[in-house]
Design a protein around this ligand. Structure first.
Ligand SMILES: [Ca+2]
Ligand SMILES: [Ca+2]
Ligand SMILES: [Ca+2]
Length: 442
């Protein structure tokens, strides 16, 4: 067919009359078109009338043509009954793959079927720039792959013993380490090294991208507001509720107003409670309904119905369950009707590399060296969702549209469906589709 087309080409060129003066000056550059003719099409007539020339065969029995006015050529071709389709042979760019050396190990961002499809979400433009995500957790820990994205924060831990900083609430949200001695958190409680949990979670939201260091976060140009509520033996309802209200920009008695209010709150925390405590529900209502903050919370790690875990069982939150590398609900993840969506939480047993890889510190008590480590949990799943929410909101700004309200965020968060038996809400978070839906929404 190519040989035949080449022969035809000479005829077409000979019949094509172009003003010599124009030809002697600058002709517009050729653009390529992909066209598919129907059976029995008058191809030579079509090429002549559309002022195109054959370039190559394409897939699907179609062929590539060149034109100096592709739009007009496509119009002429599409108007013919013997053309199935004609469209520009557009150039696609390489899908965004950052230069961070740990990216290949961050399967939870890119791998099929377990990842969230992060590159094609970034390809649509958003990075989280201008968005703040409050990480309501163990506080702030310096890390070369994250520190530049911290902004503000506060320490809401009232109990100086939990806080290890010698006082109650204060303006310094530094994580002092949450290591425990045996028996320190109740009779029979085990000793435990510091977790640097907030650092791991924050790194999943917004670790630095394309800095040839470590890995990346989901929304690498977003800012993380570290709100410290969890200490040695956990955090109290009163402190967590205060952290929620303050993070969103609400007033907390005795605490200066937050100069960096966040529209997305990440709560990778929980505890057993048959119902959502009023203190927590009221704080969530204030953040959500008064300040427009989207509140993303962990479903819990009890392999049980999330209805028995709070804040997973509160109204108006996006409760996030965890999936493993194979896109099954993780063995430990809570489930059920109160779960809105699932995201990668990983499984570190028996294969450590199947956990979620993020920023950490290797200090057993106080901070020591900055490292990266695989953790598993619904705590790790939750910041995948919070990061995608920041991408969605940034994409709204990029398209000169209003930020999404919390109900709109939930509506437009998209997921790859999982079997109903997974009880994983919408299914596995799909970053690409979520950003696309956010852009498309009115
Ligand atoms: Ca303190
Ligand atoms: Ca402090
Ligand atoms: Ca990095």
């Amino acid at each position: 067919m190519r040989t035949g087309m080449a022969a035809l080409l000479g005829v077409v060129m000979a019949l094509t009359v172009t003003p010599l003066t124009a030809a002697a000056q600058e002709e517009p550059e050729e653009q390529e078109i992909i066209v598919k003719f129907r059976e029995g099409a008058s191809r030579s007539d079509a090429l002549e009338r559309s002022r195109t020339r054959a370039v190559a065969d394409a897939t699907d029995g179609a062929e590539v043509l060149a034109s100096r006015d592709a739009a007009e050529s496509i119009r002429v071709l599409m108007a013919r009954g013997d053309v199935e389709y004609a469209e520009p042979n557009i150039v696609l760019e390489a899908t965004a793959v950052p230069n961070d050396p740990l990216w290949p190990q961050q399967w939870h961002y890119w791998e099929n079927p377990g990842g969230i499809g992060l590159s094609p979400a970034w390809d649509q433009g958003p990075s989280g720039l201008g968005q703040r995500v409050a990480v309501i957790d163990t506080g702030r820990t310096a890390h070369p792959d994250l520190s530049a994205n911290y902004v503000g924060g506060y320490d809401f831990i009232s109990n100086a013993g939990f806080a290890k900083d010698g006082n109650g609430r204060d303006a310094n949200p530094t994580d002092q380490g949450d290591w425990r001695l045996a028996g320190q958190c109740g009779p029979g409680s085990a000793a435990r090294p510091s977790s640097w949990h907030g650092l791991h979670v924050a790194g999943t939201v917004a670790a630095l991208r394309n800095n040839a260091t470590g890995g990346t976060g989901v929304a690498p140009l977003a800012k993380v507001v570290p709100v410290r509520v969890l200490g040695t033996c956990g955090g109290t309802l009163a402190d967590i509720a205060a952290g929620i209200v303050w993070a969103a920009g609400g007033a907390v008695p005795g605490v200066p107003a937050n100069p960096n209010p966040a529209r997305t709150l990440n709560l990778s925390l929980g505890g057993p409670s048959a119902a959502c405590p009023a203190t927590l529900q009221n704080a969530i209502n204030t953040a959500r309904n008064v300040h427009g903050a989207t509140v993303v919370v962990a479903a819990g790690n009890d392999a049980a119905n999330a209805a028995g875990t709070t804040p997973a069982n509160c109204v108006g939150v996006i409760t996030t369950g965890a999936t493993d590398r194979q896109a099954n609900r993780a063995s430990y993840s809570n489930f059920g009707a109160s779960v809105e969506i699932c995201a990668p939480g990983g499984e570190t047993s028996p294969v450590v590399a199947n956990g979620v890889l993020s920023t950490l510190n290797n200090g057993a008590t106080v901070p020591a060296a900055s490292i990266y480590k695989h953790y598993q949990g619904t705590s790790m799943a939750t910041p995948h969702v919070a990061g995608v929410v920041a991408l969605m909101q940034h994409s709204r700004v990029q398209h000169a549209k209003a930020l999404l309200t919390p109900p709109q965020v939930l509506l437009h968060l998209k997921a790859k469906p999982l079997p109903a038996a997974a009880q994983c809400g919408k299914g596995l978070l799909d970053a690409r589709a979520s950003v696309a839906a956010a852009v498309a929404a009115a």
